[in-house]
Write a protein that binds this ligand. Structure first.
Ligand code: AMP
Ligand code: MG
Length: 281
């Protein structure tokens, strides 16, 4: 377990969520400086997105999972606030339709993976097929238990096609979830966010934690890593996710710039040739 700002899960590491504190704040991170740092990161992320979009060599797939109220929507709103909407989209996975259920579980996922140059954000994902599906026995164990391997192979296919995958598990405590659900009840303006089913789902907390432990233990690889994000503090969650995204994309910067410069040179040469051939001899 490497402990920096968030926890990156090493391949085959057996995760016990009790070992990860949802209240954790790295001692080098100062809350008073978080806004300024977030500004800087948003700016850098926006520049990286522009390069990603222009270079057309890679795509980014960011997967967000977490218990109800863990902050998936809030993360998207804050971390992607400066991103050009043309190069980015969010897909929220809901209960599958009849047509989707008539196919294999990855069918609906593959059609919405980001193409080259795009940033795709999954609000929930194919991991629901080993989370909610497992917790509520929606398919038999011999069906869902084979899905971890299928997921790893699927993500490898995406990585082999130049997709940069980054997966965040927003880790909150059970007490924090209660506080957030109660706050939604108290605040009339936020009551629309309430879902009676969230309280019902909370009864399965331990089953979900166990299902998440299996996801994190079985489906984190060097090329498609899971990060556990301490998410009881919203400001910290946003900051460290932005930081991790920027750190993941930054190493590609030179390669994308190089590609763009080469393309620019080629276009200039073509233009020069075109002009030469038009000049009267
Ligand atoms: P929300 O994210 O609050 O809009 O809720 C979406 C709901 O869809 C959640 O209750 C998920 O558990 C559910 N959901 C997403 N994917 C699946 C799936 N593959 N099978 C069953 N339920 C799902
Ligand atoms: Mg919900």
């Amino acid at each position: 377990m490497s402990s920096d700002l968030v926890w990156k899960i090493a391949e085959d590491h057996k995760v016990k969520l009790k070992d990860y504190d949802p209240d954790f704040i790295n001692k080098h991170v100062v809350q008073e400086q978080a806004n300024a740092e977030m500004e800087r990161l948003d700016q850098e992320l926006s520049e990286l997105q522009e390069l990603l979009a222009a270079a057309q060599q890679n795509s980014l797939l960011m997967i967000l999972q977490g218990m109800d109220t863990s902050g998936k929507d809030g993360t998207i709103r804050h971390v992607f606030s400066r991103i050009n909407p043309q190069g980015c989209y969010v897909h929220s996975f809901k209960q599958p339709t009849d047509v989707e259920l008539a196919h294999d579980f990855l069918w609906r996922v593959h059609t919405v993976t980001p193409g080259k140059g795009m940033m795709g954000i999954f609000n929930r994902s194919h991991y629901e097929d080993v989370l909610v599906v497992r917790v509520h026995d929606l398919v038999p164990e011999d069906v869902w238990s084979k899905r971890y391997k299928a997921i790893n192979q699927f993500e490898k296919l995406l990585v082999d096609n130049n997709t940069i995958i980054i997966k965040f598990f927003l880790h909150i405590s059970k007490d924090e979830q209660a506080r957030r659900l109660e706050a939604r009840e108290q605040d009339k303006d936020k009551a629309w966010k309430l879902s009676a089913s969230d309280w019902a789902e909370r009864k399965y907390w331990d089953d979900y934690q166990k299902a998440y432990e299996d996801v994190l233990s079985k489906c984190s690889t060097e090329e498609s890593p899971w990060y556990i994000v301490p998410s009881n503090h919203k400001w910290y969650r946003n900051l460290v996710i932005a930081q991790t995204l920027v750190q993941t994309l930054r190493p590609y910067k030179d390669q994308w710039r190089g590609q763009l410069e080469a393309r620019g040179r080629k276009e200039l040469e073509l233009l020069a040739q075109q002009r030469q051939s038009k000049e009267p001899s």
